[in-house]
Design a protein around this ligand. Structure first.
Ligand code: AMP
Ligand code: MG
Length: 465
């Protein structure tokens, strides 16, 4: 008996691969609230077991594998992708009795490593660990992370850096790139098998492949609408980083906006600005079109194109819904939303903080709020018009606080927790986890972490990880 449903798939989609243990391994943090939802007898409740998994020491009954997939990177097809440093190691029950795959990231080399060392560094592993916990806290579909480990072994990036590993969980790690691989292999038979598997395991409520694809298009449109609404920049929306569940997947050079700069590019290697913040919806559509092409060997292309063409409507509707909720406005006041975004952009106001202040008592916060807009009289006019749209301020504030987080995983905060961890002190990781898992709560003792940096620098992140 195999421990992984993924093994039901054709063998071309994976390779058996054992992890390569480290010289030493420390369990830095674990995701308590997630692990509490695993069954009582689960070994995953034991920190020593988690530490061993993070170190690549697996019990005999686990038969790990590396997945094969391809994908379009920056618009160009790359036939040589796959799990180059991560392994699917297990499947466990998590929240709501759902079955989750467990993936060990940083586990060592695989047949798909393409000359890479198979490792992940502490910096990028902390970024993924906290990034996915923060997204989950913001109620945005995402893979999650349940444990983080650090080793004293090191690898070379731009400099010598310590290695780390992460246990990632999601019901499915299948990417758009899985279908692209089979398409470029000209293999309709295995494409059908993969499609059946995805539908049977993850979309049992649907009876046709056409309905499945349309649902995925809708989920992806809603996902990007949510990203835009919290100011999340993914940074590397290649098709191999796109989940067939419509979840946020692969946290690389991501960035939560400080100042509202819709044209911001977070990824240092993205010289064309392909993955710019305001281009994310268009890129998601492009990625879905690439997936549609791959599916065209088994689904009528005309139907697929119709679904891709519905993306914009799905996105517009979801985005309007998310953004109007952030201001607690109804459809008729869309003009006020547009004026607000213009003000934010003109003054490069802090995106999260300005929404958060608006959800408080604006009379008390008026000066702080106005300062974000450099004292511009246009802001006073806007605020006057905005306040007229609600007759019950208290109820509005309650609703606003439910959708506008106080805490966002800011770049400078991540840098602080990473620097401390690199010096051997992992204690802040748990503190960050607790705050960002509940970003709408007050956490009064950590108020300072909700304040934007005094001088935010436009962030440009290296892809190395
Ligand atoms: P990413 O940018 O993390 O999405 O990775 C893109 C591809 O490169 C995936 O196929 C990864 O598995 C692979 N990869 C990234 N880093 C490494 C590494 N250090 N060693 C081997 N493969 C890697
Ligand atoms: Mg990736």
């Amino acid at each position: 008996m195999s421990n992984l449903r993924y093994r039901q798939l054709p063998e071309s989609l994976y390779s058996d691969q054992a992890p390569q243990p480290f010289t030493d391994m420390t369990l830095c943090d674990l995701n308590e609230s997630w692990l509490e939802e695993t069954p009582h007898q689960s070994a995953y409740r034991c920190p020593v077991y988690l530490r061993d998994l993070l170190n690549g020491q697996l019990p005999d009954q686990l038969k790990p594998l590396a997945m094969k997939y391809d994908g379009h990177q920056f618009g160009h097809y790359n036939p040589q992708l796959g799990d180059g440093r991560g392994l699917l190691i297990d499947e466990i029950h998590g929240p709501n009795q759902q079955l989750f795959e467990v993936h060990l990231k940083g586990a060592g080399m695989t047949p798909y490593s393409r000359g890479g060392d198979g490792r992940a560094v502490l910096r990028s592993t902390i970024r993924e660990y906290l990034g996915s916990i923060a997204m989950h806290g913001l109620n945005i579909p995402t893979t999650n992370a349940i444990a983080l480990g650090a080793s004293r072994d090191w690898v070379w990036r731009e400099q010598q850096e310590p290695c780390a590993t992460l246990l990632r969980v999601t019901p499915s790690h299948i990417r758009f790139g899985h279908f692209e691989f089979l398409y470029y292999q000209r293999n309709p038979e295995e494409t059908s098998q993969l499609l059946d598997f995805v539908m049977r395991c993850h979309y049992p409520e649907l009876s046709s492949a056409e309905a499945w694809f349309d649902k995925l298009v809708k989920r992806c449109a809603r996902l990007v609408a949510k990203w835009q609404s919290v100011g999340f920049l993914h940074g590397v929306m290649n098709t191999d980083n796109m989940s067939i569940l419509g979840e946020t997947l692969d946290y690389g050079p991501y960035y939560f906006l400080d100042e509202y700069r819709p044209r911001h590019v977070a990824n240092h290697t993205d010289s064309q600005g392909r993955y710019r913040f305001d281009r994310q919806p268009g890129i998601m559509r492009w990625n879905l079109a690439a997936l549609a092409q791959s599916l065209s060997q088994v689904i009528d292309a005309k139907v697929l194109i119709e679904s891709v063409n519905r993306f914009q409507d799905y996105f517009d509707e979801a985005y309007r819904h998310e953004m109007l909720a952030k201001l607690d406005l109804s459809e008729e006041h869309t003009g006020l939303l547009e004026r607000w975004l213009e003000l934010l952009e003109t003054h490069r106001a802090d995106y999260t903080y300005s929404h958060f202040l608006l959800a408080q008592d604006v009379t008390t916060n008026f000066d702080t709020l106005k300062a974000l807009f450099n004292g511009d009289a246009a802001f006073d006019n806007w605020l006057n018009d905005y306040l007229k749209t609600s007759s019950n301020i208290d109820e509005r504030r309650t609703r606003l606080r439910q959708v506008n987080p106080k805490f966002i995983l800011r770049h400078h905060l991540l840098n602080e927790v990473i620097a401390k961890a690199e010096s051997g002190d992992f204690s802040d990781i748990a503190k960050y986890r607790r705050i960002f898992a509940n970003p709408f709560q007050d956490h009064i003792e950590d108020d300072a972490m909700s304040i934007p940096p005094l001088k935010p620098v436009p962030v440009s992140l290296s892809c190395s990880s």
